[in-house]
Ligand binder design. Structure first.
Ligand code: RTP
Ligand code: MG
Length: 140
């Protein structure tokens, strides 16, 4: 499998509970390298632009409010098959369905406030990385 990069967010429910280090430890234990990272506080409009793909979903407004409710940590993770590996480490969207040991099983509070975001495909990873980081900020 090729060396790959994916985009990750540590969400407001997790930054609020001071879980950035605990979540980063999960990534590193899985062999993912954090090659860029910054803590930012999105506006609701910026959150809406990031999650525009979910605009028609019933939870969209609530999701945007939540993502703007506290700082996030935006990250780029690198590793062999990083996109899939990160999705595995995150666990299922709903923590009730997440496998034991995954980030969402251990830390998520609900299906909405589920501690992390991870890109779901190479195309979305490229778009999401470029939305938050310039090439100079990616240090492999
Ligand atoms: P993400 O995009 O954040 O990595 O999560 P995901 O792929 O596992 O889930 P997705 O279907 O893309 O949904 C995006 C985010 O919307 C919130 N959500 N709320 N209230 C609800 O039923 C509901 N469903 C989804 C979650 O924060 C989810 O991660
Ligand atoms: Mg998604």
């Amino acid at each position: 499998m090729a060396l790959e990069r994916t985009f990750s967010i540590i969400k407001p429910d997790a930054t609020r509970r001071n879980l950035t280090g605990a979540i980063n430890a999960k990534f590193e234990e899985a062999g993912l390298r954090i090659v860029a990272q910054k803590r930012i506080h999105l506006t609701k409009a910026q959150a809406g632009e990031f999650y525009a793909v979910h605009k028609e979903r019933p939870f969209y407004d609530e999701l945007c409010e939540f993502m703007a409710s506290a700082p996030i940590v935006a990250q780029v993770l690198e590793g062999e098959g990083a996109i899939l590996k990160n999705r595995e480490v995150m666990g299922a969207t709903n923590p009730a369905d997440a496998a034991p040991g995954t980030i969402r099983a251990e830390f998520a509070e609900s299906v909405g406030e589920n501690s992390v975001h991870g890109s779901d495909a190479p195309e979305t990873a490229a778009v999401e990385i470029a939305y938050f980081f310039s090439g100079l900020e990616l240090v492999g």
